[in-house]
Design a protein around this ligand. Structure first.
Ligand SMILES: [Fe+2]
Ligand SMILES: [Fe+2]
Length: 472
């Protein structure tokens, strides 16, 4: 059944035509989604043809279809991973029972909130990035941001499907509200802080894909473990799209790192800016910023909400079923970094309330692997510099570290030291203005802005000078 029905107005693999009520609700939502896309989606490129990939089925071969499409004509739809007959709930109080095919009544509000919070991030990032097309460093990069944008749009469809199909009238109201909130809007902002920040330049965009989208990957991975089976299947398919966003972020930053190193070697100078590149210390500051705001997205270190989501069977751990413990965690503990006066210590906390921190640990380890690969690039150029993730207490607004100032290397410091040093750690106005000054659009096929190296290969076997976006 892996095939997706493209004859329908809404492509889907959920037999939508057999559920008239749901089909009507989604068909009413569809034109409003398109209005939102035209208002808040990529600015200035709606009529251009973009070399996009579209899912044709949900199995591993399903990504084969590439072609030039105008973004508003992209076939957004509803794709769930294959059902696994007899799938049980794998954790929490209901462990061992069959997974729910309908919303368990007592968890209805909690589940809806989880879905709405995830859903809200999807259109938010499209809004944050909508002006970047005008300053693209190449047609290749332009195509990649648009691919990410249409897929975030599809992730919104994924969450709206769950709301409309399983939550009745309040679900439909939430679907509406997802199109009403706006990133950065003072009166109706998006729900989570990082999704109201600006993404003003391509360095920020690639950092966002690397750090903030990766938070999305970890949230989706824990929701993919959910005992609510439709949510699990939806998230499992979303993760295949998310993998591409990780690729865009890691290679995007990697190519800037590479270019900085090339300039340093070519000119035998550390003054990369002078030669129109982005220097490694500036890249480090952007890492510090984007990593810290993304760490906040995981929530407090100690959280009864996180414990409840788990005990209820709604949200599992990353790779829950690969873990060898009892999957109830009532008596287990977990090591959590905490403040003790002006020191940071590691304490054993009850595992259930520490689930946010555990997911954050999985996330940090994943980020570190990407940073290691950037450092290999630096080393291979014979440059003596190492990029680092900041300490998890650095520049935090949520959780135990929010009340103090912590340096990137993990020392609790005074306000005075913070005031004196934070310009060395976070992008300053001047840094941002410099990065902005480099943002000039390059749209000749095969050409790349001076501050970013070309990728190792093109998309889907196409050459680098392929017309990834037809601007004419
Ligand atoms: Fe997404
Ligand atoms: Fe994403």
């Amino acid at each position: 059944m892996a095939g997706i029905d493209y004859i329908e107005r809404i492509p889907n693999n959920v037999n939508l035509s057999e559920n008239r009520r749901l089909q009507r609700a989604l068909e009413e939502w569809q034109p409003r989604f398109l209005e939102w896309w035209k208002d808040m989606g990529p600015n200035g490129f709606q009529a251009k043809e973009v070399y996009l990939r579209t899912a044709v089925s949900v199995d591993a071969q399903g990504w084969a279809k590439f072609g030039h499409v105008k973004m508003p004509e992209y076939r957004w739809g509803i794709f769930l991973a294959e059902p696994e007959p007899g799938r049980p709930i794998n954790f929490g109080d209901h462990k061992g029972n069959p997974a729910w095919q309908e919303v368990p009544g007592e968890y209805r509000g909690t589940l809806r909130r989880l879905i709405v919070t995830q859903g809200d991030t999807e259109p938010a990032s499209v809004e944050q990035q909508r002006h970047l097309g005008r300053t693209c460093p190449s047609l290749y990069d332009l195509r990649n941001i648009f691919q990410v944008n249409v897929e975030e749009g599809r992730h919104l469809w994924a969450m709206v499907y769950l709301l409309d199909a399983y939550f009745g009238r309040d679900g439909r109201e939430e679907s509406e509200a997802l199109l009403q909130r706006r990133s950065g809007d003072r009166d109706k902002p998006r729900i989570l802080g990082a999704f109201n920040e600006r993404t003003p330049d391509w360095l920020s965009f690639y950092m966002f894909c690397f750090f903030t989208d990766r938070d999305g990957k970890y949230q989706l991975a824990s929701l993919a473990e959910s005992g609510f089976d439709p949510l699990s299947r939806t998230c499992r398919f979303m993760l295949t799209e998310e993998a591409h966003h990780m690729f865009v972020g890691e290679t995007g930053v990697g190519r800037m790192v590479q270019r900085a190193c090339e300039i340093m070697r070519e000119h035998k100078s550390d003054d990369v800016r002078r030669y129109g590149g982005i220097d490694l210390p500036t890249i480090q500051k952007y890492i510090n910023f984007h990593c810290s705001v993304s760490l906040d997205l995981f929530g407090s270190e100690v959280s009864t909400n996180a414990a409840n989501f788990y005990t209820m069977g709604l949200k599992g751990r990353f790779e829950e079923t690969k873990k060898g413990d009892d999957h109830r965690l009532k008596d287990a503990t977990y090591a959590v970094a905490e403040l003790d006066g002006d020191r940071i210590v590691v304490r054993e906390e009850p595992a259930l309330v520490s689930l946010n921190e555990r997911l954050r640990d999985d996330y940090v380890a994943d980020c570190q692997r990407g940073v290691n690969r950037w450092n290999e690039t630096i080393k291979s150029h014979g440059v003596d510099f190492e990029l680092e993730l900041p300490h998890r207490g650095f520049h935090r607004a949520i959780g135990g570290f929010a009340e103090v100032k912590v340096s990137p290397d993990g020392r609790v410091i005074s306000e005075a030291e913070w005031d004196a040093r934070h310009h060395d750690w976070l992008p300053t106005e001047e840094d941002r203005a410099f990065v902005q000054s480099l943002m000039q659009s390059v749209t000749e096929p095969g050409k790349f802005a001076n501050w970013i190296a070309p990728p190792a290969r093109g998309i889907n076997g196409q050459p680098l000078d392929f017309e990834y976006v037809r601007l004419a």
